[in-house]
Design a protein around this ligand. Structure first.
Ligand SMILES: [Ca+2]
Ligand SMILES: [Ca+2]
Length: 362
């Protein structure tokens, strides 16, 4: 049978479609569709067949799907067919992020890495992925938003956001004043002194509150007082330091008959030696440290001998104060057994100071 031109036109396309249908489950969805139907497509085992053509036969425009990725084309009459292979498509990676909290380092800042923010990002295709952050810092104390971008080896990417919180976990740097020593006002009955000390200083990544166990400008008693200082930062981190405030008597040195060092006082063993001194004012009778005075053996030799010109009649040791002469007298009852030996007398006051005199007994 010989076909004219129109007959051939009307025959070729259906024939071709039939062939394709035989080859692979061809399904024509719109061979006689309206003019708005962009084309016909058919899914096959190996790809996708797209047909289009003259409006009178149902297909009109070149479908968008047939404008790229076409591996073969057939045309005849008013119809065309394109074959697209089922090329694998690339799936974008999945970005998963997590919020992180980081301790501030030196400079009170911290940096973050993409790996720290990453929470198991992956690529559905199994492609290798790279991680990046829009900013790695350094960030100051507080919260900061970052964006994690995950890119696969095909260049597809996804992003996720996270919060980076930089916290202060460092104790304050605290500096205490140096130890302070003051003397009681001379010629007074005062047994305490008002002491002003330099303010302790603290530095920290956050605000710091400083407290002291005894305020500057307080009356400090005779002796040594330890002032404890605590610095607490906004995160509750604490540092401590301490310093001492020592208030001393105005010890005069020993009066006669006792000579001060380096003299060696020569006394009769068993005699009572009046040990006299002043603290520049009546400080009461409770001026000695516990157990004071004491005497200890001393190697004889050295020093300038000086006789004890005056002795007391007391049979026991004891302390008294004479307001008229502003003199404390400690009567030191020596031991007869000390004859031929030397000893050092230590008068330790309750301000913590020790005052010694050397003796040789005859
Ligand atoms: Ca991928
Ligand atoms: Ca801190």
């Amino acid at each position: 049978m010989k076909l004219n031109k129109n007959q051939r036109r009307n025959f070729i396309l259906p024939a071709l479609l039939v062939v394709l249908a035989l080859l692979g489950n061809l399904i024509i969805s719109s061979t006689q569709a309206s003019t708005t139907t962009p084309g016909a497509s058919a899914a096959t085992a190996g790809g996708e067949v797209i047909g289009w053509g003259y409006n009178g036969y149902g297909q009109v425009n070149i479908p968008a799907a047939a404008q790229s990725g076409v591996t073969a084309i057939a045309a005849g009459g008013y119809h065309s067919l394109a074959l697209k292979s089922s090329m694998p498509t690339n799936a974008a990676p999945v970005a998963l992020s997590k919020n992180v909290t980081i301790s501030a380092g030196s400079g009170c800042t911290a940096s973050v890495t993409a790996a720290q923010v990453n929470n198991g990002s992956y690529d559905p295709d199994g492609d290798s992925i790279t991680l990046s952050l829009n900013s790695t810092g350094p960030f100051g104390i507080g919260s900061h938003n970052v964006t994690l971008t995950v890119t696969d080896s095909n260049g597809a990417s996804s992003s996720a956001t996270a919060t980076v919180t930089v916290v202060d976990t460092t104790n304050p740097a605290l500096a205490c004043p140096s130890n302070i020593t003051v003397y009681l006002p001379p010629n007074s009955m005062d047994t305490s002194a008002v002491v002003n000390y330099p303010a302790p200083t603290a530095t920290d990544c956050s605000s710091v509150n400083i407290t002291t166990s005894k305020a500057s400008g307080s009356a400090f008693p005779v002796g040594t007082t330890t002032v404890n200082v605590t610095a607490t930062d906004a995160a509750g981190k604490q540092s401590t330091c301490s310093f001492t405030v020592t208030v001393l008597y105005n010890f005069s040195g020993f009066f006669q008959p006792v000579d001060n060092l380096p003299a060696v006082n020569v006394a009769n063993a068993g005699s009572a030696v009046p040990v006299k001194f002043s603290l520049s004012g009546n400080k009461g009778i409770a001026i000695l440290a516990a157990g004071s005075p004491i005497s200890q053996p001393l190697a004889c030799g050295g020093g300038t001998p000086a006789d004890i010109e005056e002795t007391a009649t007391a049979t026991t040791s004891g302390l008294n104060y004479n307001a008229t002469t502003d003199t404390y007298t400690y009567v030191w009852k020596t031991d007869k057994a000390w004859k031929g030996t030397c000893r050092q007398l230590n008068v330790k006051l309750n301000d913590g100071t020790s005052h010694v005199a050397n003796f040789q007994f005859k």
